[in-house]
Design a protein around this ligand. Structure first.
Ligand code: PMP
Ligand code: GLU
Length: 400
């Protein structure tokens, strides 16, 4: 239907975000009166901490209702510099920071700024859905380097190096990772940095939006390694660690020339992010982080609960993710099986089977670059998680 409309090739060739699509399907089924449990969207179920909401209300009262500089309020960019130094050991000045309407826009800005038609972007898979489409949208060629559950979903340095060509302009990955929850260790990041250091044409886009939901203790930024520190763009945002998805606030720290390019693009497309939200975001970064650590601890507890329940389902292959709030089981054991009505041929079939028969929304791994897997977001209450995994176990037991 779309292809008969006078739309650009760029849009016709773009896939709809599978995370957002699944959230929409789940809402539709719920609207028909079914009790759907949504484990599809990557969104903390917690509310934004009270002191951050209060800061936004105060900012409104103080008149923060006007346009801000395109790159963000100076006070927020200063707070981000403080945060980068305090949490990550990264040194930036405010003219190296650009605040955007979500980390999604930050990533789009970077890709639009770096990629010319035909330039290659290495994407470590499983990857967050939008990397692939944003790279394509910017005219780039996605080059996927994949690792399965046997590698804890982390491609090796040798695999990555083998994918680098003269046209490789950037590499992008998230750690902690959406959709797998995997975290690269300091040694793994160091080895990756040493290797990338030898390939001067490659820029590193390190998406650290799940930084604060890291169960290993210490988050490590690849930008701290000398070999790549001048070529790394660190992406972060407020959505996950501060439960601020709807506020639409993300940011980058990177080379000044790139920040200027992002500012230029954003200045023509959206301008600066919401003024009073930025004021509250500055407050969030410089305030007591206890609410964030409490959310992290709750996620850790839920991770163990979900793994324990999933491991009891015959055929489900699960690893133990070290961050974010996703489990990414390999569900390929069910391919070819049927409940007598529906045959499961792939991850999309399996995800739809769970939605239609168990009323549990998940996301097929296909959109994340792994068609053997299923993403389960455990950003839901323990009660909902128990109920959902119970329902999954029940419908899976009908497959033979
Ligand atoms: N990167 C990753 C890995 C994500 O999971 C998300 C989803 N929230 C984003 C970026 C985009 O974040 P935002 O909501 O700030 O646009
Ligand atoms: N990033 C979240 C997810 O992966 C939110 C939805 C989206 O922006 O894709 O589910």
């Amino acid at each position: 239907m779309l292809s008969t409309l006078p739309l650009s090739r760029r849009v016709l060739e773009m896939e709809e975000s599978s995370t957002l699509l699944m959230a929409k399907l789940a809402r539709n089924i719920a609207a028909q009166g079914h009790k759907v449990i949504s484990l599809s969207l990557g969104e903390p179920d917690f509310d934004t901490p009270e002191h951050i909401k209060t800061a936004a209300k105060e900012a409104l009262d103080q008149g923060y209702t006007k346009y801000t500089p395109v790159s963000g309020l100076p006070a927020l960019r200063e707070a981000i510099c403080t945060k980068f130094k305090r949490d990550n050991g990264l040194e930036f000045t405010t003219n190296q920071i650009v605040v955007s309407n979500g980390a999604k826009q930050s990533i789009a800005n970077i890709c639009l700024a770096l990629l010319d038609e035909g330039d290659e972007a290495i994407i470590l898979a499983p990857y967050w859905v939008s990397y692939f489409e944003i790279v394509k949208f910017a005219g780039g060629v996605p080059v996927v380097v994949h690792a399965g559950i046997d590698q804890d979903y982390k491609p090796s340095v040798a695999q990555i190096e083998a994918a680098i060509t003269d046209r490789t302009k950037l590499i992008i990955f998230s750690s902690p990772c959406n959709p797998t929850g995997s975290v690269f260790t300091a040694d793994e990041l160091s080895a990756m940095a040493q290797m990338l250091g030898r390939h001067e044409q490659v820029h590193i886009v390190s998406d650290e939006i799940y930084e604060y939901i890291n169960f290993t203790g210490k988050h490590v930024s690849i930008g701290t390694f000398d070999a790549v520190k001048d070529r790394t763009i660190t992406v972060n945002g407020f959505a996950k660690g501060f439960a601020m998805t709807g506020w639409r606030l993300g940011y980058i720290g990177g080379p000044e020339w790139l920040a200027q390019a992002c500012d230029k693009i954003q200045g023509q497309v959206t301008s600066g992010a919401t003024s009073f939200g930025q004021k509250a975001a500055a407050h969030a970064l410089l305030s007591d982080m206890t609410p964030t650590w409490k959310m992290r601890d709750a996620f850790l507890h839920r991770r163990d609960l979900v793994i324990g329940l999933l491991e009891q389902i015959p055929g489900m292959k699960v690893n133990r993710p070290q961050g974010a709030f996703y489990i990414f089981p390999d569900i390929s054991n069910y391919f070819g099986l049927s409940d007598g009505q529906t045959t499961i041929n792939n991850a999309d079939d399996f995800s739809m089977y769970l939605l239609e028969k168990a009323y549990v929304a998940t996301v097929a791994g296909t959109g994340f670059g792994d068609s053997n897997c299923l993403r389960i977001s455990y950003a839901a209450s323990e009660e909902q998680l128990r109920e959902a995994i119970g329902r999954i176990a029940e419908v899976v037991s009908k497959l033979s």
